[in-house]
Design a protein around this ligand. Structure first.
Ligand code: FES
Ligand SMILES: [Fe+2]
Length: 348
């Protein structure tokens, strides 16, 4: 059962689209960045504060119910987050548990934060603004699946976040796009001499679609000794989880597997925070910093393109932009978003 959710003030999304997007789960922080002290995040224009008390993770609207100061400006005294203005303290259920200026009077019920569900998975903290609140029937969170994350044969890596001044739909579509490697990723892994896209298939799934893309474009970094595996056909298996997440499993030579999740947090209609957990079953003894650096360079190449696209929204009416045969995934993505009920000029 979902609850009525109020639109945030200054919402940059179409209200109809916002209500649909608010029903889905998104990552809002790296788990490693949330210790006890409160940190701030933004999801769909809703300001959030994230903190831990007694090991319990709390996500709430970042507004003190007393006089509206963000709790993320406050501190933590081990029993809760302490507001910077008058020191009211909020505990693990988001309820006020201390009023320093009148410690012996009953605490009004209104001194309660608006909390959201919090789930830690893949080294990320996930939430959903439209999920049932505590006390109501709870449902299993529909968080995208990351293959091999719990497999002991794989190394798990969480990349630093990447902030993009663009819409999450444009960013995710770029992650699913197979025709841009030789044009955009020329400093990392793309091959400008191999830009033809062989025919590939796209199959609808319960949460989006899957695509198997086979080509001779390798995934080793430019300059690596292993590049030039002539004749090896690379399989890139995509699984899109709408609206803004996907995993890519790259099949390397000799059974190597590299899985990258692209989970885009729609901060607002024009801002995206990208989260990218990675799992691999090779080079497991190599420092993770090299993986971070390489992937940040790849995503940086994408960022420049995504931030320049016009219109900034993602047109879901397929008549609004031109398409080429390589766009099968992109068309499946747009049709899938349309099936969710999102507007044809999405996040305009
Ligand atoms: S505004 Fe937070 S304690 Fe007064
Ligand atoms: Fe890319």
């Amino acid at each position: 059962m979902s609850t009525e959710v109020l639109l945030p003030p200054n919402c940059t999304f179409d209200p109809h689209d916002w209500r649909i997007l608010a029903q889905h789960w998104y990552p809002v922080a790296l788990a490693s960045s949330v210790v006890e002290a409160p940190i701030s995040a933004m999801l769909l224009d809703e300001p959030l504060v994230i903190y831990r008390v007694d090991g319990k993770l709390v996500i709430a609207r970042d507004v003190c119910p007393h006089r509206g100061v963000p709790l993320s400006l406050g501190t933590h005294d081990r029993q809760g987050v302490v507001c910077r203005y008058h020191g009211l303290r909020f505990g693990s259920d988001g309820r006020c548990n201390r009023i320093p200026s009148s410690p012996n009077t009953p605490i009004p019920a209104k001194l309660q934060l608006k909390t959201y569900p919090a789930v830690e998975r893949y080294g990320l903290i996930w939430t959903c603004l439209g999920a049932p609140v505590s006390g109501e029937e709870s449902v299993e969170p529909l968080i995208p699946t990351m293959p091999f994350w719990d497999d002991d044969d794989f190394q798990q890596i969480v990349c630093p976040t990447i902030d993009i001044a663009g819409f999450a739909g444009r960013q995710l579509e770029g992650f699913l796009d197979v025709a841009h490697f030789g044009w955009v990723h020329t400093d990392t892994f793309g091959d400008p001499d191999n830009t033809e896209v062989p025919v590939y298939t796209v199959v609808e799934s319960a949460v989006g679609f899957k695509a198997d893309y086979r080509s001779f474009v390798g995934n080793y970094p430019i300059g690596s000794d292993q590049r030039g595996q002539a004749g090896f056909e690379w399989l890139r298996h995509f699984e899109a989880h709408l609206p803004f997440a996907a995993t890519l499993t790259v099949h390397f030579p000799e059974g190597g597997r590299l899985i990258i999740m692209n989970a885009a947090c729609p901060v607002s209609a024009r801002k995206t925070r990208l989260f990218a957990p990675i799992a691999r079953n090779f080079d497991r003894d190599q420092p993770v910093e090299a993986v971070h650096d390489f992937n940040l360079r790849v995503f940086e190449e994408d960022r420049l393109v995504v931030e320049s696209q016009k219109p900034e929204c993602l047109p879901l009416d397929t008549m609004l932009e031109a398409h080429i045969p390589a766009d099968r995934s992109s068309i499946a993505y747009r049709k899938g978003l349309r099936r969710l009920g999102l507007s044809s000029i999405f996040a305009a």
